[in-house]
Design a protein around this ligand. Structure first.
Ligand code: G3H
Length: 538
């Protein structure tokens, strides 16, 4: 492995032409329908991929983007506030079909940028080429599903209800200005799973790409500009304290859609002068456990746990981040897991069938090494001989056993290629772990006996928000609710839930009198209102 790692990074001439990348100098930001030219300070972007040059290994330079200051951030805020105009703006006042049209125009333009975006995504965050393509396609599918979900939501609201002598029409109305911030591991998809529903419900948007994964959004600025009225989508770039703090402190952000750490979410929420007016939609940390019962199908379990813990190097909020294995099968499980893990291909993200790729977060290999050393010093052993070896940003997966409570890796979300394994005798051990964990996203149970599994389901469904049986933890399908308890999430996302999260139920109601009936009848017949309407989207 040492040899493999020492030769892991390419020379420029070895990078296949079709996967290479041209410099991206993003010199503008989107504000009030204009791509405003930026001549100020910039941030340079380097890939996690090192390239061998004459002076040794150097991270490949990808380009740069504007490092905006408070003044520009406030201009962007004003653009979003004016476009919303207390709900009187063009966009919030648009009918649902008008908004859908704009989103469809955007999706068409976005599709034209597929190859470019996929390639930048791959270089910026080192997701494999195949998975980068999947992320893009999943996002396009999410947009189409959102449009369909909104149509059916609107159809259900296109009728009146008469209850206890009151006639009403109940719809979902927008909330105001939404600040959308996604994570580096799904910079496109997870940003868009909040941005698109927030937008299509009639809110105006300020969108800040994650710290890592900025440039891939650059080809979309024009599409946003072309598809939406001015001020509806605006972008900010730069350091959080400079560009996000002033937005939050202004009190003019109505919804914070943030996927990242609870530490940052808490800071942002506290900056708002009226926290009760801020709606938060948060996707935060998780430490999902795999509970492996003694009668499990080892082959299937190993396959699910391997992909659950190591796909995209374990950098998924839904990754299995600790495995509890019954003591009777621990040796068989570990040897099979290690054997299978040795088949994982390590390399550059464009290589065919590659699994383990460079890690984009700064100093990540050092952090993971610290977790490994801490565990080893406290009695864990490295189960795979090459585990924990690294060269710069490439870290070979480490399978650690026996992991116990006093080790950091037992509690901390490693968000990387370390697989901590705990052996248990009594099922109370993993149950207690899940119960005492500060996180509550998902869990996976592996076994064959339905009685045993049934006994675990009921205590676990009140600890986490998805219990997976003989299947790894995951977000998809995107039509399923995605959320968490405790420190893991606030609000529920899914194609249809997200539409509800970014809107508030609002109704027009009147006592059932002849006068009121004639007023409502005339408004509807003469199509005087977009809200009070029985129009049915076909
Ligand atoms: O990082 C968290 C993602 O929402 C996980 O999504 O389970 O589809 O990889 P996934």
């Amino acid at each position: 492995m040492k040899n493999v790692l020492s030769r892991i990074f390419p020379e420029e001439r070895n990078i296949p032409n079709e996967n290479n990348i041209s410099l991206i100098h993003q010199d503008g930001y989107l504000c009030d329908g204009e791509i405003v030219k930026w001549n100020g300070e910039t941030e340079s972007v380097y890939s996690p991929i090192y390239v061998k040059g004459s002076s040794g290994l150097e991270r490949k330079y990808l380009g740069k983007y504007p490092l905006m200051s408070e003044a520009e951030a406030l201009k962007v805020l004003n653009a979003a506030v004016s476009a919303y105009d207390n709900g009187k703006g063009k966009w919030p006042a648009f009918s649902v079909p008008e908004r859908i049209k704009c989103v469809e125009v955007f999706a068409e333009e976005m599709k034209e940028q597929r190859d470019l975006i996929v390639n930048i995504l791959m270089w910026e965050i080192c997701k494999t080429f195949k998975d980068s393509q999947k992320e893009f396609d999943r996002t396009i599918e999410y947009i189409a599903d959102t449009v369909n979900a909104l149509k059916s939501l609107d159809r259900n609201s296109s009728r009146f209800v008469i209850e206890k002598g009151i006639i009403a029409q109940i719809r979902r109305a927008p909330l105001g200005v939404v600040l959308c911030m996604g994570p580096f591991n799904y910079p496109l998809n997870e940003t868009f799973t909040t941005l698109i529903p927030a937008l299509i419900m009639g809110n105006t948007i300020i969108f800040k790409p994650p710290k890592i994964g900025v440039l891939l959004h650059s080809p979309l600025l024009k599409a946003f500009q072309n598809a939406f009225p001015e001020g509806v989508v605006n972008t900010v770039y730069g350091k959080g304290e400079k560009v996000i703090a002033p937005l939050m402190k202004s009190g003019k952000i109505d919804v914070l859609a943030f996927i990242g750490s609870s530490r940052v979410a808490d800071i942002l929420k506290k900056q708002h002068p009226k926290p009760h007016r801020l709606k938060a939609v948060l996707g935060l940390e998780a430490k999902n456990a795999g509970i492996i019962l003694k009668d499990t199908d080892i082959q299937l379990t190993v396959k699910e746990c391997l992909s659950g813990s190591l796909s995209y190097n374990g950098q998924r909020c839904t990754a299995l981040k600790i495995l509890f294995v019954h003591e009777d099968i621990i040796d068989e499980f570990i040897s099979s897991f290690v054997r299978e893990s040795e088949n994982l291909k390590i390399g550059m993200p464009w290589e065919k069938d590659v699994n383990i790729t460079p890690l984009p977060e700064p100093d990540k290999a050092e952090y993971l090494t610290d977790l490994v050393n801490d565990a080893v010093n406290k009695g864990a052993e490295m189960m795979n001989p090459d585990g924990g070896m690294f060269n710069q940003t490439v870290f070979y997966p480490a399978v650690l056993y026996p992991v116990s409570e006093e080790m950091k890796v037992y509690q901390e979300e490693q968000f990387g290629p370390i697989v901590p394994v705990v052996s248990y005798k009594n099922i109370e051990t993993p149950l207690k772990y899940v119960q005492e964990s500060p996180y509550g996203q998902q869990v996976s149970i592996f076994g064959r006996n339905h009685d045993e599994i049934a006994k675990l389901i009921d205590p676990l469904v009140n600890q986490v928000c998805r219990v997976n049986i003989n299947s790894q933890c995951q977000r998809g399908p995107d039509t399923f609710p995605f959320t968490g308890r405790k420190d893991s999430a606030e609000g529920t996302l899914s194609v249809s839930d997200a539409l509800k999260v970014f809107a508030v139920r609002t109704l027009v109601a009147a006592k059932d009198t002849d006068l009121n009936k004639s007023i409502i009848d005339a408004i509807v017949r003469e199509r005087k209102s977009k809200f009070l309407s029985t129009d049915f989207i076909l």
